[in-house]
Ligand binder design. Sequence first.
Ligand code: COA
Length: 101
Amino acid sequence: MTRVRPITEADIPGFHATLDAVARESSFLRGSQAPPLDDVASFVRGNIQTRNPQFVALSDQGSIVGWCDIVRGRGEHESHLGELGMGVMAQWRGAGLGRQF
Ligand SMILES: CC(C)(COP(=O)(O)OP(=O)(O)OC[C@H]1O[C@@H](n2cnc3c(N)ncnc32)[C@H](O)[C@@H]1OP(=O)(O)O)[C@@H](O)C(=O)NCCC(=O)NCCS
């Protein structure tokens, strides 16, 4: 079972580790590893402050196994646009978690 909820600052290290694991598969995301922890922390804090939606999925044990975010564009002509990012740890895929997001 998994649980999906909005991300908090306390999730930053777990989100960073999950992002890194999916990025290291090398075929899905922009980089082949997660950006540095400080950059990821700024990204998450920015999403919380600007109310960009970002969610994490937690296992029964409380570890982060996936995430989903939409980063809205800045400025009046782009704020209606958004870039979707999502990932689920390999062993949790295909079980409907992406759909839950
Ligand atoms: C994409 C991803 C988040 C989907 O999560 P998931 O928990 O495996 O997805 P679900 O089991 O909820 O499947 C939901 C639907 O998406 C489809 N789907 C899953 N992965 C897909 C992919 N890579 N491309 C297209 N469709 C996909 C499934 O077939 C399913 O469709 P259906 O319900 O019509 O059969 C996950 O496969 C993943 O992390 N992939 C690697 C990272 C990635 O590609 N991220 C997206 C780029 S930012």
